[in-house]
Design a protein around this ligand. Sequence first.
Ligand SMILES: [Zn+2]
Length: 131
Amino acid sequence: MRIELGPRDIENGKVVLVRRDTGEKMAVAREGIKETVARTLEEITEDMAKRARERFEARIHSASTADEVHQVYREKGGVIKTLWCGEESCGKEMEEIAGIDILGILDEEAEGACAGCGREAREVILLSRTY
Ligand SMILES: [Zn+2]
């Protein structure tokens, strides 16, 4: 954030806050400036986290079989979301077929069939390339 303070601002008891992330300018009262700056910085942090989350979510694609995981990853890249029964051997097989690795388990209800073996799924997982 940038703070602008010109002769006229001083005269009027104002300060101009400029958000460096959006370029938005706000003329605010000099009184209570500490709180205004703190609140604005908090908003900037929240907005940045939201944008990062949206960018990440836009890179997640769904697939329902190991072959599809492989195909979708080849076409779109990013991260693939699918269902898994939780069996280690099945997970390893799925990683081999898809050519990518299980990154982690999401805190979501798994409804449907495991992409690896077709049995009832227990977990929702994310797969991608690990470096
Ligand atoms: Zn399975």
